[in-house]
Design a protein around this ligand. Structure first.
Ligand code: ADP
Ligand code: MG
Length: 733
């Protein structure tokens, strides 16, 4: 009879050998399992059979006295072919594999067999746990299941046994070693000195070991403390602290400030380290990327760039990085600090701007002052000429043009003086709406009718503390720009005044817009708009994009200067092709408008009142006198302050009004006025100057000066001022 062999036969035999179980005495733990198997399956015979090259050998047996059989006749030789399940032979006489088997034909006359293979963890069937009967049978499903379970227990038991043997081997080895040691000890104690030496050595070693351990413990604690300090520092600073690998593939750490500054979560950059590059403004991205790779490992990286937050706002970042070296000097990390310098940059820009304005202001203010005198002479003379020449005269047109040109020049000078803040500010509590009405009237008269001018004045706009003339100027400048920016067709300028409440301090504009109530004036146009490069420079004096003759570049710097003088804030929003919006915020003030007793537009002609007119420039002195005479006054011109004061002191009632220039060699207009006041307490004194600073105004007030007059003087100015200071007097005929 030929025995069928399983496919893993050599390995299977090898595995079986490793258990060292063949031919060992019976063991209780295996006998218990066969007993249970027989009891559950209700069979007279049960075996734990292990199959080696030539035989099956029973580790445990019930109902037979055999210790094993040859492999050829073993039922279990067949059972181990079915590693996955129980092999059940219901009636061996009806099974051609076993019909002639001597175990069937002779004692013990086996008819029924069921064997569950004993399969090791590595898949070899070593034998079977089997039950047998002398009559045909069929196991119930729960009996089959139990047989399977018990076969697994047999294998477990075999494993346990093997481990126990191995452990026992170790114990024996250790015992042997102990014995050896004991022998050695005995030898050692024979040499006591040597023993003591070794003991001391051992103690010293132990000591050294302990101190090394203590050092390590301390180092560990220091490390934990410094890590904690680092964490507190990193998580509380306003800057972003970050650590990456040199290739920038991984973000190893980024501090929480990242979320505030970048407006993105820390997780997002851990997940996608390249999102750092994505967040950089497209114009800056490439060079920052190149710098990061080339300069960071060398410790030379110090980059300033813009980032675009998810909400579209742009922030300026200063990012510095330092390489971290390992013990071998190789860079294995890059650590960096990134700070948000947006506000700092804005402040710096503002400071630069302020300094530039200051310098230009001083310079242009000085020029404007001299220019004013020259202009005064031109305008005054033109006015006189106009009175002498009738409109049919061949020179009349030229004179008209000279007048127009000099009026434009005068306007320019006034702008320069306002910008350089050498124009006195007269602030009062006023509503803005009448100024808007007036400017709209003026614009309507000047700007072509195709241009739509929309005016909206909301109710409940608070009053502001402002200089009406300057606000007038602001509006005119902004509207002129708007007009220049819009096209001929569909051009639209919107002027909108409303009261508004700013809920929270807003530092996105500088100077920062503080919370509180404001009158907000918006001038919007649908013109060509501006790009950021232009927007950044518009408030610079003399910055213009217009062709020569159309723009001076002063308009917005004047607006800026005036807004500063009013504690106001300007915001501009504009995009190329999208139009422009200027928003002016004036702090609201409580209180009513101060009423002025007279209409400043009131023009009056003189009635022969006697006027002392003093100007060191003989040209201006004689011009003034001629203009005043034209207005119906009796005027006398003087050029030398000291001599004039002497003359006046000698006869204080000779004049009804004194008009004096401010800057004169030998004596200033203010000192001259003081001298006059000493001899006449109530004579009106008018101080005329192109250079009226706050300081001058203050001094003038202290010197008892009645009124200030801005140069260049026109006949209109004279008439207004004199109308104010002189009591109305019935005409003398
Ligand atoms: P100017 O009008 O003499 O050029 P401004 O100081 O008034 O000087 O304006 C400076 C520059 O700002 C202008 O040249 C123009 O480029 C730009 N600008 C001002 N206002 C507007 C606007 N409403 N639309 C488009 N650009 C404007
Ligand atoms: Mg302008």
């Amino acid at each position: 009879m030929k025995t069928p062999l399983p496919p893993d036969e050599p390995d299977r035999i090898e595995a079986l050998r490793r258990f060292n179980v063949l031919d060992t005495p019976p063991e209780q733990s295996f006998d218990d399992l066969t007993l249970i198997a027989a009891a559950i399956c209700q069979t007279p015979i049960a075996l734990v059979s292990l199959v080696d090259e030539t035989r099956q050998w029973f580790k445990s047996k019930i109902g037979t006295s055999l210790s094993g059989t040859s492999r050829e006749i073993a039922f279990c030789s067949h059972a181990i072919l079915h590693r996955d399940d129980v092999m059940e032979v219901h009636d061996a006489r009806g099974d051609e594999r076993f019909v002639n088997n001597p175990l069937v034909t002779e004692e013990p006359h086996i008819r029924f067999y069921a064997g569950a293979p004993l399969v090791t963890a590595d898949g070899h069937a070593l034998g079977a746990l089997c039950v047998m009967d002398r009559q045909p049978r069929t196991l119930k499903p729960d009996q089959l299941a139990a047989l399977r379970a018990l076969s697994r227990h047999v294998v477990a038991q075999l494993e346990l046994r093997r481990h126990a043997i191995a452990a026992a081997g170790e114990i024996t080895e250790r015992r042997n070693a102990e014995n050896q040691l004991h022998l050695q000890n005995e030898k050692l104690s024979a040499n006591k000195d040597e023993a003591e030496r070794l003991l001391k050595l051992a103690q010293r070693t132990r000591h050294a070991l302990l101190s090394v351990l203590e050092d390590e413990r301390r180092a560990g604690q220091n490390l934990r403390e410094s890590e904690e300090r680092f964490r507190q520092l990193a998580e509380n600073i306003a800057e972003v602290f970050w650590i990456t690998d040199p290739a920038k593939q991984h973000m190893l750490y980024v501090s929480p400030a990242y979320e505030q500054i970048w407006g993105r979560t820390c997780d997002s950059i851990y997940e996608r380290p390249e999102s750092w590059l994505d967040s950089i403004h497209p114009d800056d991205r490439q060079h920052v990327h190149d710098d990061a790779l080339s300069k960071q490992p060398a410790g030379q990286y110090d980059a300033t760039y813009r980032i675009v937050r998810p909400d579209g706002t742009v922030r300026w970042i200063r990012d510095r990085a330092f390489p971290v070296h390992d013990a071998a000097g190789v860079v294995y990390r890059i650590a960096g600090v990134a700070a948000d310098i947006t506000e700092q940059r804005l402040l710096e820009a503002q400071l630069r701007q302020a300094q530039k304005m200051e310098a230009l202001g001083t310079l242009s203010g000085g020029i404007a002052h001299d220019f004013n005198n020259i202009l005064g002479a031109i305008i005054g003379n033109v006015h006189l000429l106009r009175l002498d020449i009738d409109s049919a005269h061949p020179a009349a047109q030229s004179i008209g043009e000279i007048e127009q040109a000099s009026n434009r020049a005068k306007d320019l000078v006034r702008q320069i003086l306002t910008f350089s803040r050498q124009q006195p500010q007269v602030r009062q509590i006023i509503p803005l709406s009448p100024i808007i009405e007036e400017v709209v009237r003026l614009l309507r008269a000047t700007i072509p009718a195709e241009v739509e001018i929309l005016k909206t004045i909301e109710p409940d706009v608070p009053n502001v503390f402002a200089d009406g003339t300057q606000i007038h100027q602001v509006l005119l400048n902004l509207c002129t720009n708007a007009w220049h920016a819009i096209g001929k067709v569909n051009g639209r300028i919107e002027i909108h005044l409303r009261g508004t409440e700013v809920e929270r301090d807003d530092s996105s504009v500088l100077p920062r817009l503080r919370r509180g109530r404001y009158a907000c004036l918006c001038i919007n146009d649908n013109g060509h708009g501006m790009d950021t490069a232009i927007l950044e420079r518009i408030f610079e004096p003399f910055f213009t994009t217009k062709e020569p003759g159309r723009g001076t570049g002063l308009g917005l710097s004047v607006v800026h200067g005036i807004m500063q003088g009013h504690d106001g804030v300007i915001r501009v929003t504009s995009q190329p092709g999208q139009g422009t919006s200027f928003q002016l915020y004036f702090p609201a003030v409580e209180g009513e408008m101060e009423t002025t007793d007279a209409d400043w537009r009131n023009v009056r002609a003189g009635n022969g009142q006697r006027i002392l007119y003093l100007d060191d420039e003989s040209l201006l002195s004689s011009l003034g006198v001629r203009m005043l005479r034209r207005l119906g006054y009796q005027a006398e011109g003087f050029t030398n302050p000291l001599a004039t004061l002497e003359m006046f002191t000698a006869n204080p009632t000779r004049f009804d009004v004194v008009i004096t220039d401010l800057h004169m060699p030998g004596m200033s207009g203010i000192d001259f006025a003081r001298g006059i006041r000493r001899v006449s307490a109530d004579i009106p004194i008018i101080l005329s100057s192109g250079y009226l600073t706050e300081e001058v105004i203050e001094k003038a007030r202290n010197a008892g000066i009645t009124r200030l007059l801005q140069k260049p003087n026109t006949m209109q100015d004279f008439s207004e001022s004199l109308g104010h200071v002189l009591p109305a007097k019935p005409p003398t005929t």
